[in-house]
Structures are given as C-alpha cells and as structure tokens.
Design a protein around this ligand. Structure first.
Ligand SMILES: Nc1ncnc2c1ncn2[C@@H]1O[C@H](COP(=O)(O)OP(=O)(O)OP(=O)(O)O)[C@@H](O)[C@H]1O
Length: 544
C-alpha cells in the first residue's frame, strides 16, 4: 500500500510532462511512435491509480466495518452494564438505539474521508510538484483557491454542526417514541390508538426528513459554491495561459496538460479542506456517544461468601427524580428467617427489593450483607446469591425449558413442585413448548409459575419474590403458601405480597406506608396491629 502510494506520487509528478510531451513532440509534429510511448506511460499512471484506489477502498471498508462492529459490541456490552437508574427514565432500547444511531452517523460521514487522507497527501504532493515544475505562475493561481475554499468551508461548518444536532435530536425522539409503542402495543390495540400512533409516526418522520433535507441542502450548497469558485479560477487559467503562450513562455501542450492535471490536485485538496466541515458535522454524534459511554456501569468488588447470615438496612433513604420514595428504613433479616413486606400500592415495597438487588443505590444510609456494605461486592457474584421473581416478569421468546434453565443446566428438582409444574404436562411438547414473545402464549398465572420455576432452578440461598402469585388461582395460592411455610432450602426468604394467606408462616412482617416503616411484626412478638382489611386481596381474611 505504502509502495503503491509512493509510486502514484512519483507518477503523478511526471504525468503532466508526459502529457505535454505527447502534445508538443508527438501530436503537433505527428510523431506517432512518441505518441504511443507517451500514451503507454499515461496508461500505466491511470491503471496504477485505479489499482491503488481499489486497494484503498478495500482497506477502508475493512477498517470501517471493524471499527463499526467493535463500537457496536462495546455499546451493547456497556448498555447492558449501565446502572438501571438510567433506563428507568428512557427504556434500554432507546438508549442503545441512540448509541447505534450515533455510531452509524459518525461512520457514514467520516468513512471515505478520514481514511483517504493518507493517500491524498501523497497525491497532492506528487501532482503539486509536477504542476509547479510545468508552470509555476499557473500553479500559483490554482493554489490561491485553497484559502478561498478553506474560508467557505469554515463559514458553512458551524451551520453543519447545528443541523447535525437537529437530525440527531429528531432521531432520538423517534427512538423514544418507538420504544414506547413497542412496549405498549397491546394497549394500542385495546384502546384503538392505531390511527393516533400512525399520525404521531408520520409527524416524527416528517420532522426527521425536514431536518435531514436541510442538512443535505447545506452539503449541496457547500459543493456548489466550491465548484463555482473552481470554475471561475479554471476559466481564468485559459486567459492567463493564452498570455503566457503569446509571450512564448508556455506551449499549447503545457497549458492543456496543466488544465487536465490541475483537477487531480483540486479534488484531494477539496476533500482535505472538507475535514473541518465533516468534523463539525459529527461533533453532536461524538458528544452524545461520549455521554453514553460515560454512563456509570455497575461496580465490581469483593466476592461474597456463599449464603446469607444477615441483611441489614441502616437508615436507608432513596430519592428518584426528586421524589422521596423511601425514608429512614432500618431493619435486619437473619439467617433462617422468612419475611414478608406488605403495604399499600406505591408504598415502596418493590423499590426496597430493587435496592437489595442493587438496581438502585440508596441516597443515604447503608445496606449490609453479612456486615459488609453490598456495593463492596462484585455485582454479578452478588446477584448470583439471589433467586428472584420480579413483579414485571419477562419471558424470553423460546421454550419453557429455555426460560427456566437460564444457566443452561438441565431441569432439576424444581419440576417436582407440582403446583407450578403440573400444568406443563398438559402440553404435548411439555417443557419444549414455545412461550411466544414475552410469554404471550401463556396465561398470567402460568407465566408466574414459570418465573417461580426459574427462580427455584438456580440453587441460590436467598429467595426474593415480588408479588409472585397475584394471578394464581385459589388452589395454587394455597399450595404456594404451604410451600413457602415448609421450605428449608433457603437462608432467607423475602416476599412482597398483597396476598395475606402467606403471612402466617413468616418470622417478620414489615409494613411500609408512604415510603416509611409503619410496623414490624415479629413472630411471638406482635407489633402494632396491622389494618390488613385496607389491603385489597381476596385472601385478606386468612391473616385476620
Ligand atoms: N424510577 C422512578 N422514578 C420516580 N419514581 C419512581 C420510580 N420508580 C418508582 N417510583 C415511585 O416510587 C413509589 C414506590 O413504588 P414501588 O413500585 O416500590 O411501590 P410498591 O409498594 O411496590 O407498589 P405496588 O404495590 O403497587 O406494587 C411509587 O410512588 C412510584 O411512583
């Protein structure tokens, strides 16, 4: 590549002379052998130039694909590791789509331009030397174009950056909209929002097209102005050339060669001068990609011991988006205990679990596991301590088996828990039955049973369940209550529930109210009498 670049540079510097010699010593006196000789040399130049351009393109595509892939893989990996507080505001789909959009924009704009700089420099030097040697006065006129083009580019590049920012913002608004529509597709159908959403889509696309049209027009304007200036100077070269021929200091062949090779100089010069314009254009994308990669990832730390002696909340408070969600929460859970967290909607129960799972970090106070602040533990090893059923279960689009065995280990003893696995035997394909997108082929209760099987499949020592039975039938609910009461498999069981039947077997019942602890009732040591009747659950009578 380097050799070819040097070759083209050397050839480029002598080709204007070959061309001049062909006209003056071959064509004008009709010396055919000289014409053929010069023509062969020119063919060598053109073929080498094409060859180097082909190789250059090949390298460019490889480098740009490699860079693109590396950036995208890095973006996916980072996107999955960033703290979950980031995607509570905007979904993870939007965050990653934005990053991909920025990567795409940077590569599309920068591709073909930055990578060619190296080759262009050789070409400019070679052709430039040739043209100056051919006629320095004409070469000076061409060189005068460079500052003019530079000023033109500088003038327009500020606007290019503003328009690029506009295009980026419009695309981000579209990703946010699409994320929302994908999540809410069922409600769109149920509430007949189809036309409204299509209208929103149409408006968003119009805005994107409008911004991108302005961006393209500016680019066209830049090209047209630049070409016009070139044309004026080139036309002027005929007049200057005519005077020089008249004065006997330039031959006709020299002028024709100069004019044809001057464009070989101007094209690479134009591309180089456009770098500033291009840099300003990609600045908004580079800025937002930088902001994405600066999003904090979940931290790593020491490995936790296997199992749980004690989880302790010490004066924990949490604020999200300026809103106080939990306030001064203190309690401790000890090995062997089963604990329920109850309270009205929005009292902070799921948030409390999210804090234990390190999906949020306390604004103040500390959570300790076995006496060590939980943020000191290596995050993945820490999370492996928990079997979890979250309130918003997600089932992957695969079979029941694939959804239960997320660790790729074969099915185990969990399949013997009949109240949550019996229903699977009714399907012909049993555990190999596909569940559909997010388990849409299953009922709400069936989805929750698969989520429980998934949690029990992982042989971790702490079981955390967030309203795991809200869609269970009465019989399954009763079986679940017995299972929780009798199980000895876990160091700790923590369950968030509105279903009061399960409270019977609990060692502690923590009641939250408006983000604060209203009561902690311990077995054999009753706290303030809970007003369970206010909790909406069919099974509330079981507790009272
Ligand atoms: N990312 C967030 N930003 C701002 N507020 C939030 C966020 N997540 C939750 N909240 C608020 O925190 C409060 C507690 O929510 P949480 O989900 O913990 O309640 P909950 O007790 O589990 O309720 P439910 O019984 O309805 O499941 C709610 O008022 C909710 O609006």
């Amino acid at each position: 590549m380097m050799l070819l670049a040097l070759l083209i540079s050397a050839l480029a510097s002598i080709t204007p002379f070959i061309s001049q010699s062909m006209i003056d010593k071959g064509l004008v006196p009709l010396q055919i052998p000289h014409v053929v000789y010069c023509a062969l040399l020119l063919i060598l130049f053109y073929v080498s130039k094409q060859l180097i351009e082909y190789l250059q393109k090949k390298v460019e595509i490889t480098i740009s694909n490699d860079i693109g892939k590396k950036l995208q893989v890095k973006a996916i990996s980072h996107g999955m590791k960033i703290k979950s507080t980031y995607y509570k505001e905007h979904g993870i789909y939007k965050i990653i789509s934005d990053a991909f959009f920025d990567i795409g924009a940077i590569l599309t704009i920068a591709q073909n331009q930055f990578l060619t700089v190296f080759i262009l420099a050789f070409e400019i030097v070679g052709v430039g030397i040739g043209l100056y040697l051919l006629d320095w006065r004409l070469a000076l006129c061409v060189t005068a174009l460079i500052p003019i083009k530079y000023l033109l580019n500088s003038f327009l590049s500020k606007r290019a950056e503003r328009l690029s920012r506009e295009v980026r913002d419009q695309n981000k608004a579209y990703h946010r909209w699409l994320d929302d529509v994908v999540q809410g597709i069922i409600d769109i159908k149920l509430w007949g929002l189809h036309e409204k959403k299509v209208q929103e889509y149409s408006e968003l696309v119009s805005e994107i097209n409008h911004a991108s049209k302005k961006q393209q027009l500016l680019q066209t304007k830049n090209n047209s102005l630049s070409t016009s200036v070139e044309q004026v100077v080139f036309t002027g070269l005929y007049i200057v050339g005519a005077y020089l021929i008249l004065g006997g200091s330039l031959t006709l062949g020299g002028l024709i060669s100069f004019l044809s090779f001057a464009s070989y100089l101007l094209l690479p010069v134009t591309i180089l001068l456009q770098l500033k314009y291009i840099l300003r254009q990609i600045t908004p994308n580079v800025d937002s990609l930088k902001a994405f990669f600066q999003m904090e990832e979940e931290t790593s730390g020491q490995l936790p011991a296997d199992g749980a002696g004690c989880i302790e909340f010490s004066h924990v408070s949490l604020e999200l988006g300026g809103k106080r969600i939990l306030q001064d929460i203190s309690f401790s859970l000890h090995r062997g205990e089963k604990i329920a967290v109850i309270g009205e909607n929005g009292s902070g129960k799921s948030t409390l679990i999210n804090l234990i799972l390190r999906l949020y970090e306390p604004t103040s106070g500390q959570i300790l596991l076995n006496g060590v602040p939980i943020q000191n533990y290596e995050i993945e090893a820490y999370r492996r301590l928990f079997n979890v059923v979250t309130q918003g279960i997600h089932l992957f689009n695969g079979t029941i088996r694939e959804n239960v065995c997320l660790d790729d280990n074969p099915l185990g003893e969990e399949t013997e828990i009949s109240f949550c696995s019996d229903f699977i035997g009714r399907w012909q394909e049993e555990f190999d039955t596909p569940v559909g997108n997010d388990g849409t082929k299953l009922s709400g209760g069936e989805r929750q049973k698969i989520a429980l099987l998934r949690a029990l499949h992982r042989k971790a020592k702490i079981l955390i369940l967030d309203e795991p039975t809200s869609s269970y039938d009465i019989e399954s609910s009763a079986n679940f209550d017995n299972f929780i009461k009798e199980t000895e498999a876990f160091d700790l069981v923590l369950i968030v529930t509105h279903h009061l039947g399960v409270l019977d077997g609990m060692d502690q019942v923590i009641e939250l109210q408006d983000g604060k602890i209203a009561d902690i009732k311990k077995e054999g040591q009753p706290g303030r009498q809970c007003d369970y009747q206010n909790l909406s659950d069919a099974g509330s009578e079981v507790c009272l």
